[in-house]
Design a protein around this ligand. Sequence first.
Ligand code: SAH
Length: 341
Amino acid sequence: MKNIKDYNLEELKQELIKLGEKAFRAEQIFKWIYQENVTSFDEMTNLSLELREKLKKEYTLCIYKIIKKQESEDGTKKYLFDVLDGNAIETVLMEYHHGYSICVSSQIGCKMGCKFCASTGINFIRNLSSGEILEQILAVERDANIKISNIVFMGIGEPLDNYNNVINAIKIINNPKGLNIGARHISISTSGLVPKIYDLASENLQCTLSISLHATTDEKRSAMMPVNNSYNIETLMKACKDYIEKTNKRISFEYALAKDNNDNIEDAKRLVKLLKGMICHVNLIPINKIENGEYTKSTNENIIKFRDYLNAHGIVATIRRELGSDIDAACGQLRRKNLNN
Ligand code: SAH
């Protein structure tokens, strides 16, 4: 059955016209779904009974079941959702002083193969549809009885490898009749799919782009991230400069610090050189340990030295707070699950 959450407002209007209904019904339905967050068509009480029946026959509301919910000591919550086809994905809810932030998954599994990340591996299953991305937000809002104010595409998957569905989900998130969350409150993180960075630059969205950089030489980056064999650092930086020029937006570079790997002052020096003159921000992430992972976290002393070096040389860098690591909800710790084994 078709997932009604896969349609943006314009598309849903077309769907209703096909059903012999007036287009404005789509706006009413949008309000029920994204603002009232209902879980059945029967709750859409300003639609006729007949229309509700039609909708039930044609569409599903794709309501996720929570298989497991874990809460960290710092208040971060990790949800394991049954995505209704035998697979499960994780979504994380974080509370900040400025509101609630959600980290959504964009794919079931990931093809990128980054050596330090638990989300990847042999088992890429499929893309999530835009409705499935949105349902993560809605299901968390229902469960926690809150309104989300920030969305980061930093869960399982490579969002730019599921480009169309991610962009369509963002349209619905942004729509004042949809979730009504401004693009400035959305971040997309990519391991560096260069052609898609160029595409994103021409979308004219106000989202923040995060680039998972993690290393400053091709040798080191390729060892950590196979995507670097297709799009090396030079190619990636060129795309980033184009993005900044076209959008006039600052890019956020993610740099996960691994002990004796990419955390010494020589690395910091090269990073300064790479980023010189770009409007950007560096997010330093103490690398989180994953099962069978070969990388371990840098010492606090090295992390601080690294940050201070960047700051002293004109690059704004901050150390990311490690939320949820006690429940494996921190960066790189999310993974897909198969419900049958
Ligand atoms: N595929 C996208 C989205 C994932 S975002 C991307 O690569 O950007 C998750 C962020 O956490 C990325 O910056 C990723 O590189 C980082 N990450 C992955 N594993 C990590 C780990 N073990 N410790 C710290 N950060 C990690």
